[in-house]
Design a protein around this ligand. Structure first.
Ligand SMILES: Cc1cc2nc3c(=O)[nH]c(=O)nc-3n(C[C@H](O)[C@H](O)[C@H](O)COP(=O)(O)OP(=O)(O)OC[C@H]3O[C@@H](n4cnc5c(N)ncnc54)[C@H](O)[C@@H]3O)c2cc1C
Length: 288
């Protein structure tokens, strides 16, 4: 396991912003994880689990506790028939590539989502009509020192949420995904097409956390933001992407506070203009 003190969180978030985590652990096994969690509980240190940090806004003041990262040291993937088992730190892009190479369809929608399996399960990540809940057979969850297997139903998936979204004491350690056999070339073609659409429509050339807001019922966040006249609107280095107004981007020197202030202003303007309350999809960590 790796351990650092005062580790800048801008190295671990796709926004490329965020102050120091007092303690930063990168775990490589369930044993590591149990050890760190026990230590945090014994010493009453608050903690947050992260994956690839692709849906996080961490305060410039940092995090006065332990950030526990489950990422590339905890990312084994195995295939048996139509079933893929993966550890929580495995990137969706990697799992999708393994699925493709084994002639298994179902993961194509997720191949361009830059998160880990753990983060994707917690958020019930989705795109292009697919969601993690469509594939999940079961999820291994560590809680109170024990790993328990949850069925898809027990995970209580909803739009960008699961039973873990508000439950800090539960940690995804791995999951089992059920896919279907299909032609490898067709799977590759679909993945390439979806990734082409992403590159065309999303500001992937700038740091961001993807869609900043959840899709409000009956609307599209990006359209509401654009129609509120906010395309290209900037606070400090944070900007509403003119390419896709649903994305707040870091134009180079944004602070987390710039991004946070922009999120607040967007919400206020959209509410004043359309009476729609936008809820951030991005998870906010630390004090603002
Ligand atoms: C360019 C871009 C495009 C994106 N496109 C999409 C998209 O199409 N669809 C979509 O749904 N999302 C999208 N996202 C957002 C993001 O990639 C997803 O939400 C992803 O699932 C987050 O995974 P992560 O590993 O980065 O999680 P993190 O951002 O590190 O964490 C997200 C949340 O999950 C928790 N968490 C992470 N790992 C675990 C674990 N093992 N156990 C318990 N809790 C955990 C964290 O505490 C946090 O609350 C995009 C982001 C970017 C930057």
């Amino acid at each position: 396991m790796e351990f650092y003190e005062n580790e800048p969180m801008r190295y671990h978030t796709t926004f490329r912003t965020g102050g120091p985590a007092k303690y930063f652990y990168k775990v490589s096994s369930i044993e590591d994880l149990i050890k760190v969690l026990d230590e945090c509980n014994d010493k009453k240190i608050k903690y947050t689990i992260i994956g690839n940090g692709s849906n996080l806004l961490v305060s410039d003041l940092g995090y006065d506790g332990a950030i526990i990262q489950i990422y590339d040291k905890f990312d084994k993937i195995s295939v048996s028939g139509n079933i893929i088992k993966a550890e929580a730190g495995a990137l969706l892009s990697k799992i999708a590539a393994v699925a493709r190479d084994n002639g298994l369809t179902g993961m194509e929608f997720a191949s361009g989502i830059p998160g880990t399996l753990g983060g994707a399960v917690v958020m019930n990540a989705g795109a292009y009509g697919g969601e993690m809940q469509d594939l999940i057979e079961s999820v291994d969850v560590l809680s109170d020192g024990m790993v328990r297997r949850y069925t898809c139903e027990e995970m209580k998936f909803g739009y960008r949420k699961s039973i873990l979204t508000e439950n800090k004491g539960m940690v995804v350690t791995g999951a089992t995904i059920r896919l279907m056999p299909a032609d490898k070339e067709e799977i590759s073609k679909r993945m390439r097409e979806l990734n082409r659409q992403r590159t065309l429509k999303q500001p992937l050339e700038y740091p961001s956390a993807g869609s900043t807001f959840k899709r409000p019922e009956g609307h599209f966040a990006g359209k509401l933001i654009m129609d509120s006249g906010l395309s290209g609107y900037k606070i400090g280095g944070a900007m509403v992407s003119p390419k896709h107004c649903g994305f707040v981007i870091n134009t180079g020197d944004a602070t987390s506070q710039d991004i946070y202030n922009l999120i607040i202003e967007i919400r206020e303007k959209v509410y004043r203009t359309y009476g729609v309350s936008l809820e951030p999809e991005v998870r906010i960590i630390g004090d603002f």
